[in-house]
Every structure is written in structure tokens, then in C-alpha cells.
Design a protein around this ligand. Structure first.
Ligand code: 3HC
Ligand code: NAI
Length: 700
């Protein structure tokens, strides 16, 4: 048929096999191949048609790389309509994942079977899209509007058993899918079952007000995003209009989403996340070190969460502390986290027990002698960390990977405390470490290639999203954050309130405003980090006046019930505190600053372009491999909205010339100490390039 689709008669059944590795995406060749095979099946002696896939999965959706290119016939919605209209019985046989357009193909078939463990879903919303090949019209007809909305607006897949309960899958197959599906298809054909066309089903009506309530919930849950709301519009069409009209509405909405900056940003993130896992210059076939036994040093906020990641992935973990008392405290945090996971339905009681059983506490470094990987998470102090690495050098077996979770310290200097710097690396987790997806993998000067490659692979095993960073103060994320934090606090000194800055940034899309984040992380953390630096390296002293004064008042943020805000002890809900405004006014007066209004645009531009400008320096210095890596850091580690695509994609989307113009304006107004345009930004603007173009051209 085409190079990606085969058609053959097997036991009288016309078998259409899609073979388009790695995930059988619906490229033009696949659509054409299915189209041709279906046409052939109408003419031959086949008693029914079976659509199956080769390789690891059923069709995982439209080919995302074709979006934005001129569309080519046959279009997917038409193909789905032809499948459904087939006079011969058509059955889908699902394994792996049937996603997006793949599930739409399956829904167009008259019957569907799936192997146990297969998963089906509509992830389009995660790409800023909606199912655009009849999914929004067929799904409510098949499983009801409520369940259809949940599936399409969450984007999360369900497994075959859940899908069968919902009515999405008709038959679950055990064992080999190919033979079993063929047999089932034969049985259906022998009974000459009805061609069940989903488009002909009636949609069950929904209670009055249900859709409006759904829209209101989404406005909170998916703040600022257009695709989820449009999915509701399409489902409404399925309830009120004939199928073909519904399809027209779906198409219009799909095109609008596809052309939106939000979808461009989310598709950028999809590829950036996968690209970030690749290390430039490292061969794919690099032999990796085995990691089965893990040691974690320090059972505080980070160490306890880090230990859980490895235990959950099936590894044995030894957690080391200075005393039994500290150890008991750390294991207590772990127990509470597991209980929380069970309560929230993330795992069963048995799973939690099994995972917890893999973590053993110790106060003896000798217990780490057989570890394959040790991660240090003690206090943020270079001498202490060097002392710990000295001890590790003495007890750990040759070839063990020695990692530090430091937020700011120089990993080269930590490595120098050992006689095996080639085995030392930074593994920077984010808090809470058992939940946050980001892992900055810090490649020190002497880190061996296989150590880096092993850690990148390990990240995937513990379900983290890794990004490689070079060594510098704060690595990629925290180094950039310093600039964002500075501007947030300077805006407060100059006239904005913490509430205003946070509201503006949350309205723009950040998960949490910057001042609220500082309260969450603990104001003492930044305070101590500043104290650890020579004065010249602490940054603009005006920026931290208020935060430092709050620390002196023992207002350390959420943990003490007050910081930039006051917190309800039961609900942790934040509220304004007049004491803070008085403090801000006092500090401003002492600095000789006359406070005045700052508008929302200025707040957004100052905070975000401070991030972008520093991101440019980070790229120029080779600390980050590519702009997309920085975007992954910010989306997965700092609550940056994925639908804005990360700070560097955002800069491209508003135009680098505009960014530079604003940076120059801020330089004029606030001085070059905080606002020197990054040379890379200037170069790209003068060459008329975007960052994406620069990255694609090999970053010359
Ligand atoms: N189109 C093009 N390429 C795709 C793709 C797609 N839909 N899905 C995955 N790929 C590529 C990836 O970019 C990756 O390429 P790389 O090796 O060069 O980096 C490769 O396939 C393997 O992907 P993963 O590394 O993600 O492999 P996993 O095994 O971890 O995951 C998966 C497999 C669950 C299928 C995951 O790739 C995935 O979620 N894919 C996206 C599915 C999706 O969003 N489908 C909906 C598309 S939109 C649509 O269908 C519109 C329709 O309604 C009209
Ligand atoms: P923490 O203060 O909660 O825990 C540190 C733990 O280390 C304490 O339990 C302490 O008893 C233990 N410890 C101290 N010296 C030790 C030694 N010699 N041997 C064994 N244990 C020892 O600190 P937290 O927040 O967990 O931070 C740990 C590291 O992780 C720091 O380097 C920090 O910068 C980094 N980090 C912290 C993040 C955060 O949000 N808290 C985020 C990412 C990294």
C-alpha cells in the first residue's frame, strides 16, 4: 500500500498493518496507506477488516511534525469517516497506546479490542489542541458527555480495563494480540454483526448548567488556556447539533487551536523535553554503569524525597544521617509522604509498604560501601560537602557514582575533595523531590561521559525530566531565578505590593507569584545563601532589604506562618499583612526611593526579560546546551506555564527585537549593573535571527 502500511488477507480477513516506527504516528504515508488498503478491502473477498499495528504501540496520534506544514489528502477526519462508512466490518486491535488521532481511528472502527495493559486517551489538550478527527463528536456518543469531557480536558489516558468500563473498548484480549484479534474479528464476521457506527448513536443529554459549571472549573484548573474551553464548545455541539454539523464546529475549533501561540508553545515543549534528554557529543551506545543500590546522605527536606524516588523505581536505598534522632525525623517525613500518596490515590497501601521497605536508615558510612550511586543532600555548605565527599572517597567502591544535590556550590570544588573527580556529578532535584519532575544534571569539568550518560538514563527510570547544566553559581534555574527575584523585589520597593506583583504574574500564567514562592521555599534559604557569598557577589542590596528584614523578624515564610504574607495555620491560605506594607515603606524611605505606581506590563516585562537576558548569557557560556533546555527547566522546575513555552520560547514569540528594546530601556532607567543586554541577544537581533533559528543552525 505504502512503505508504512501493509495489507494482506489472513484467514479471510483483510489485515491492515501500520508499521511506522517509533510510535506509528499518522503521517501522510500512513493515512494514504490505510485509505488504499480500505479501498482494496471493499473490492476483495475479505469477510472483515482488522486494523493492527507493528512495533511497540497502536497509532499514537497525528504526526506532530506535520503540523504547520501544508495539509495533504487524505485528511484524517475524512479517513475516519471512510472507515466508519465501510460496508465491510472494521475492527481495531489496540496494544501499547492508542492516542489522539490513533484513538479517533479506533473510534471510527465498528468494534475495538485491546490487549490487557494497553492505554487509550486524548492527549491533544497537552499540545494546546483538541481531538480534530471526529473525536469530540464520537466520544460523547460512545461514553457520555461527562466522561468524554474528563478524558479530553485532562489529556490523561486510561487503561484497557477502565476503557472497557467506559464503553470505549468492547473486548479485552489476553496473550498475543495478533492471533486473538484475528479470531475475534472472525467470530464477529461469522455472526454478521451490525456495523456499529458511532456517529449514528444518540448523545445522552446532560443536566442543565452542567457545561457552564465545567467551563468555570476549567477556567480555574487550566487558567489562561483556550483548548480546554473549546473542547467544551465541541462537546456542546455534539449534544445539540447533527453529527456532520458537530464535525464542522470541531474542525473550526481545531484549526483555531492549531494556529494559536499556545499550541505552538506546547508543541515546542513536547520536542524540547525529548531533546533535553540528549547530550551533545555523547554516543547513544555509550555503555552505562549499573545502578541498583543507592545511598542518600542527609534525610532532611530533600534527602527524604530523593530516597523515595529510587525506592519507588525498585532500587534499595540506604539513607544516612548524623544521629538516630535526625534519622528518625527523616524516616518520619518519608512515612508521611507515603501515607499522603495513598490518601491521594497515587499508590495502593501495599505499594507504599513495598516502596518504603526498600529504604533503610543508617548512621554508618560503611553501609555505603556497596552503593552504586550516592547522593549527598546535607546542609548547603561547601566545607561540609567537601568533608562528606572525602569520607565517600574513603568508603565507596571504585566506579560508584558520587553525586551532590547542591543548589549553588561549585561541583568542581566538591569533586576535588576526592581522588576520583571523574565519578562526581551534580544531581539537583527540586522540592518536593518525590514530586517535582525536573532534574538538573550538573556536568563538572572532570565528570566522565559514562557517568553523565548513566545519570541521564537513570533520570528516566525514576520518572524525572533531566536537563544538563554546566557548573556556575545556581546552575541554569537558580542562576536565572536570581534575576527574576531581584526584579520582583525591586518592584516592591519602588511601589508595587507583594499582592500586586504575585497577582500580575499569576494572571500572566505563573503557577505561583514570586513572593509567594519565596514564602513557600523559606526566606531563610535565600538569606543563608547570600550570607555565604562575598558581598560583591550578593547582587543588588536594595532588592533584598525587605526579605532580610522579614528574616530578622523571624518571618521565614509558610513554615513560621508569616513572611511576605500571613498564613492560616489550618488551610495555609495566604492573606495580606499590613505590617509588611509598613516595613516596605520604611525600607524604601531609608533607601531614598519614592514609591509610585508600576503597571502590570512593566512588572511582567521586568521579571521575564530579566530571566531571558540571563538565559542568553547562560547559552553564550555553554552552561545550557540549547534554548529548549532552559524552557524545560522553567516549565518543570519553576511553575512557568507550559502554554507560554518557557522563557526562551516566550522571548522568540514576542520578538527578540522587542525584548532588546525593553532591556535597553530598563538599562537607561535602572542602570547597567542590573540591565546589561546580553551579547547573544544583541547579536541575534542584529542578524535578524530567532533563538530557534540560532539553535537549529548549530548555535554559531
Ligand atoms: N508525532 C510525531 N512524533 C512523535 C509523536 C507524534 N504524535 N509521538 C511521539 N513522537 C516521537 C517523539 O518525538 C520521539 O522522537 P525522538 O526519538 O526523535 O525524540 C519518539 O517518537 C518516541 O517518543 P517518546 O520518547 O515520547 O517515547 P515513549 O515511549 O516515552 O512515549 C508516547 C510514547 C506515549 C506515544 C509519547 O511519545 C506520546 O505521548 N506522544 C504524543 C502523543 C500525542 O500527543 N498524540 C496526539 C497527537 S495530536 C492529534 O492526534 C491530533 C488529532 O486529534 C487530529
Ligand atoms: P535540610 O536542612 O532539610 O536537611 C539537611 C540534612 O542533612 C539534615 O537532616 C542534617 O541533619 C543532615 N546532615 C547535615 N550534615 C550531615 C552529615 N555530615 N552527614 C549526614 N547528614 C548530615 O536541607 P535541605 O533543604 O534538604 O537541603 C539539602 C541540600 O539540598 C542543600 O545542599 C540544598 O541547597 C539542596 N537543595 C535544597 C532544596 C530545597 O528546596 N530545600 C532544593 C534543591 C536543593
Amino acid at each position: 500500500m505504502t512503505s508504512s502500511v501493509r495489507y494482506e488477507l489472513v484467514d479471510g480477513i483483510g489485515v491492515i498493518t501500520v508499521d511506522n516506527p517509533p510510535v506509528n504516528a499518522l503521517s501522510h504515508a500512513v493515512r494514504q496507506g490505510i485509505h488504499d488498503a480500505l479501498a482494496a478491502a471493499q473490492q476483495d473477498t475479505s469477510i472483515a477488516v482488522l486494523i493492527v499495528c507493528e512495533g511497540r504501540t497502536f497509532i499514537a496520534g497525528a504526526d506532530i511534525t506535520e503540523f504547520g506544514k501544508p495539509p495533504k489528502e487524505p485528511h484524517l477526519p475524512d479517513l475516519c469517516n471512510s472507515i466508519e462508512a465501510s460496508s465491510k466490518l472494521v475492527v481495531a486491535a489496540v496494544h501499547g497506546t492508542a492516542l489522539g488521532g490513533g484513538l479517533e481511528v479506533a473510534l471510527a472502527c465498528h468494534y475495538r479490542c485491546a490487549v490487557q495493559g494497553a492505554r487509550v486517551g486524548f492527549p491533544e489538550v497537552k499540545l494546546g489542541l483538541l481531538p480534530g478527527a471526529g473525536g469530540t463528536q464520537r466520544l460523547p456518543r460512545l461514553i457520555g458527555a461527562g466522561a468524554a469531557l474528563d478524558l479530553m480536558t485532562s489529556g490523561n489516558p486510561v487503561d484497557a480495563a477502565q476503557a472497557a468500563n467506559l464503553g470505549l473498548i468492547d473486548h479485552i484480549v489476553n496473550g498475543d494480540l495478533g492471533d486473538a484479534a484475528l479470531a475475534w474479528c472472525g467470530e464477529l464476521a461469522a455472526k454478521d454483526v451490525q456495523r456499529r457506527r458511532t456517529s449514528e448513536l444518540a448523545v445522552e443529554s446532560v443536566p442543565d448548567g452542567m457545561l457552564d459549571a465545567y467551563r468555570a472549573t476549567l477556567a480555574r484548573r487550566a487558567r489562561g488556556q483556550i483548548a480546554p474551553q473549546k473542547i467544551v464548545d465541541c462537546v456542546e455541539a455534539s449534544l445539540t447539533l447533527p453529527f456532520t454539523e458537530g464535525l464542522r464546529i470541531e474542525r473550526e475549533n481545531f484549526i483555531e487551536c492549531l494556529q494559536s501561540p499556545q499550541s505552538a508553545a506546547l508543541r515546542h515543549m513536547f520536542f524540547a523535553e525529548r531533546e533535553a534528554a540528549r547530550v551533545q557529543g555523547l554516543s547513544k551506545d555509550m555503555p552505562l554503569r549499573d545502578v541498583n543500590r543507592v545511598g542518600v546522605i542527609g534525610a532532611g527536606t530533600m534527602g527524604s524525597g530523593i530516597a523515595m524516588n529510587f525506592a519507588n523505581a525498585g532500587m534499595q536505598v540506604a539513607l544516612l544521617e548524623v544521629s538516630d534522632e535526625a534519622l528518625g525525623k527523616g524516616l518520619g517525613i518519608i512515612d508521611r509522604n507515603y501515607q499522603g500518596g495513598v490518601k491521594r490515590g497515587k499508590m495502593s497501601e501495599e505499594q507504599a509498604l513495598e516502596y518504603r521497605g526498600r529504604i533503610t536508615g543508617t548512621t554508618d558510612y560503611e553501609s555505603l560501601s556497596d552503593a552504586d550511586l550516592v547522593i549527598e543532600a546535607v546542609f548547603e555548605n561547601l566545607e561540609l560537602k567537601q568533608e562528606v565527599f572525602g569520607k565517600l572517597d574513603a568508603v565507596c567502591r571504585q566506579g560508584a557514582i558520587l553525586a551532590t544535590n547542591t543548589s549553588y556550590q561549585n561541583v568542581d570544588r566538591i569533586a576535588a575533595a576526592t581522588k576520583r573527580p571523574q565519578d562526581v556529578i551534580g544531581l539537583h532535584f527540586f522540592s518536593p523531590a518525590h514530586i517535582m519532575k525536573l532534574l538538573e544534571v550538573v556536568r563538572a569539568e572532570k565528570t566522565a561521559d559514562d557517568v553523565l550518560a548513566t545519570c541521564m538514563a537513570l533520570a528516566k527510570k525514576i520518572r524525572k525530566t533531566p536537563v544538563v547544566s554546566g557548573v556556575c553559581y545556581g546552575f541554569i534555574g537558580n542562576r536565572m531565578l536570581g534575576h527574576y527575584a531581584r526584579e520582583a523585589q525591586l518592584c516592591v520597593i519602588e511601589g508595587a505590593t507583594p499582592e500586586q506583583v504575585d497577582a500580575v504574574m499569576e494572571e500572566w500564567g505563573m503557577a505561583m507569584g514570586p513572593l509567594a514562592v519565596f514564602d513557600l521555599a523559606g526566606l531563610d534559604v535565600g538569606f543563608k545563601a547570600r550570607q555565604g557569598l562575598p558581598e560583591a557577589e550578593r547582587g543588588d542590596p536594595r532588592a533584598f532589604r525587605v526579605a532580610d528584614a522579614l528574616v530578622e523578624m523571624n518571618r521565614l515564610g509558610q513554615k513560621t506562618g508569616a513572611g511576605f504574607y500571613r498564613y492560616d495555620p489550618d488551610t495555609r491560605k495566604r492573606s495580606s499583612d499590613p505590617v509588611v506594607l509598613t516595613l516596605i515603606e520604611r525600607e524604601a524611605a531609608e533607601l531614598g526611593v519614592t514609591r509610585g505606581d508600576i503597571d502590570a506590563d512593566e512588572i511582567v516585562d521586568r521579571l521575564l526579560f530579566a530571566l531571558v537576558n540571563e538565559g542568553m548569557n547562560i547559552l553564550d557560556e555553554g552552561i545550557a546546551q540549547r534554548p529548549g533546555d532552559i524552557d524545560v527547566v522553567y516549565v518543570y522546575g519553576y511553575g512557568f506555564p507550559a502554554w507560554r513555552g518557557g522563557p526562551m520560547h516566550y522571548a522568540d514569540s514576542v520578538g527578540l527585537a522587542h525584548v532588546l528594546e525593553r532591556v535597553r530601556e530598563f538599562e537607561q532607567r535602572f542602570g547597567s549593573e542590573n540591565w546589561t543586554p546580553a551579547p547573544l541577544l544583541e547579536k541575534l537581533v542584529s542578524n535578524g535571527n530567532t533563538l530557534a533559528e540560532w539553535a537549529n543552525s548549530g548555535s554559531e
